[in-house]
Write a protein that binds this ligand. Structure first.
Ligand SMILES: Cc1cc2nc3c(=O)[nH]c(=O)nc-3n(C[C@H](O)[C@H](O)[C@H](O)COP(=O)(O)OP(=O)(O)OC[C@H]3O[C@@H](n4cnc5c(N)ncnc54)[C@H](O)[C@@H]3O)c2cc1C
Length: 384
């Protein structure tokens, strides 16, 4: 490791805040939190610390759209074509079980969970390709066998206008999906873990690390040194900065939120164009995000400031697709950073004898991280 510039710590620091934990998880977003949750369940005596570079999590977990969804029909069919039926089903199952785990772990009122259903608006080309209903029926049978759920994908009979949509396009409904407040979910998990003795250190940006015979020595960007038994990276869209050999990519997602709309008809989580646009109600406001596909290169960034170009595209999509007043104001916009692996699949990997990394990969980490965190926890336990 490089020579470090932070002032020497006191004897008291080292015997309290900087005791050597068994496990340090880098990143206090949903993956770090669910991994700590699984570790505490599987090995309650383990001492665990989460490190977070921000004063609160600053990646995707509190900056997303809050969809509790496990996959729209066309996305699942596209995944099946890319990765095969079994891989597609296993990822979908992980997401479904993840949502069930959220429901079993925190009170639904505490996280504003609403079982309002998920909707996919088809393009005319998608509608034509699916017109005979065979693909939907086949997928429904596969999911009934795998998850015991009947009719996951249903052709919506209500007219688009009654759902608050302007375009009269066919819609597929998934009655098992919903929405939640992801900030409240992160907060609830953080508080539950603190009660179990898990420590959190905010404002610690991990910059260097080195394995020794019994664990890992590491340092922050400001030169704080520390050590632990096992170090696991849950750094999502920032992973490439620390572990470039994993070939992960950052992907910025941008969101707009409208002012309140009296009498808003739209209720539910909606996707269109293979998930590149997504929108939902938040009380009587509309949250809408996406459009990353219009500028893939520019959006492969960790810069959270966002771009006027994408914001304008989101506003345009909103007015073209949803019944909203013409003079509607956008009250707020923000962005978050996703992380993608090179094959677009989740990864859990040993990086050394005392180091691991995991990446939820894709825009459905709310659903995926509860189960992926358990996989990472088992990998860590097998190494210590
Ligand atoms: C705009 C947007 C909308 C989305 N919408 C949805 C949705 O509706 N439903 C859904 O299921 N998923 C959605 N997602 C995806 C979902 O939010 C993510 O998959 C999930 O939050 C990933 O959790 P994570 O813990 O892996 O990553 P993150 O939440 O990004 O956590 C990683 C943490 O690591 C920290 N970190 C990074 N580097 C360091 C370092 N060197 N030292 C210390 N800390 C570090 C970061 O600050 C960050 O807090 C969306 C994502 C975005 C960006």
């Amino acid at each position: 490791m490089q020579p470090l510039k932070a002032p020497p710590r006191s004897h008291w620091d080292d015997s309290s805040f900087f005791r050597r934990p068994d496990v340090v998880l880098v990143g206090a977003g949903l993956l770090g939190l669910w991994t700590a949750h699984a570790l505490k369940t599987l090995a309650p005596k383990l001492s665990i610390t989460l490190l977070e570079q921000g004063t609160s999590p600053t990646g995707a977990s509190t900056r997303n759209a809050g969809f509790a969804c496990f996959g729209s029909l066309t996305e699942m069919l596209a995944d099946e074509a890319k990765m095969g039926t079994e891989k597609m089903l296993s990822i979908l199952e992980m997401r479904y079980r993840g949502i069930e785990k959220i429901k079993a772990t925190v009170s639904l009122d505490q996280i504003d969970f609403e079982a309002c259903g998920g909707f996919e608006q088809l393009t005319p080309e998608q509608a034509e390709a699916l017109a005979d209903g065979q693909a939907m029926t086949r997928l429904n049978h596969l999911l009934a066998d795998r998850l015991g759920l009947e009719n996951v994908y249903v052709a919506e009979q209500r007219p688009a206008a009654s759902l608050g949509l302007r375009q009269d396009l066919p819609i597929i409904r998934n009655p098992y999906e919903g929405v939640l407040n992801s900030g409240l979910l992160v907060e609830a998990l953080t508080q539950a873990l603190q009660q179990k003795g898990v420590a959190f250190r905010y404002g610690f940006s991990l910059a260097q690390w080195e394995e020794n015979g019994t664990g890992v020595e590491f340092a922050s960007a400001t030169g704080q040194t520390w050590s632990c038994g096992h170090l696991a990276f849950c750094t999502n869209g920032y992973m490439h900065q620390l572990l470039p050999q994993l070939n992960t990519q950052p992907a910025r997602g941008q969101i707009i939120l409208t002012q309140p709309i009296p009498g808003l008809a739209l209720k539910g989580s909606f996707h269109a164009q293979e998930g590149f646009y997504y929108w939902r109600h938040v009380g009587n406001r509309i949250l809408l995000g996406g459009a990353r596909h219009l500028a893939f290169g520019d959006e492969a960034t960790t810069d959270l400031s966002g771009s006027d170009f994408i914001r304008a595209a989101l506003e345009q999509f909103l007015h073209a697709n949803v019944w909203v007043p013409q003079d509607l104001r956008i009250e707020r916009h923000w962005s978050g950073i996703m992380g993608f692996s090179d094959n677009k699949e989740p990864l859990v990997k040993a990086m050394g004898s005392h180091t691991s990394a995991a990446l939820a990969c894709n825009g459905m980490g709310v659903a995926l991280t509860p189960v992926l965190g358990e996989t990472l926890a088992r990998q860590i336990l097998s190494a210590i």
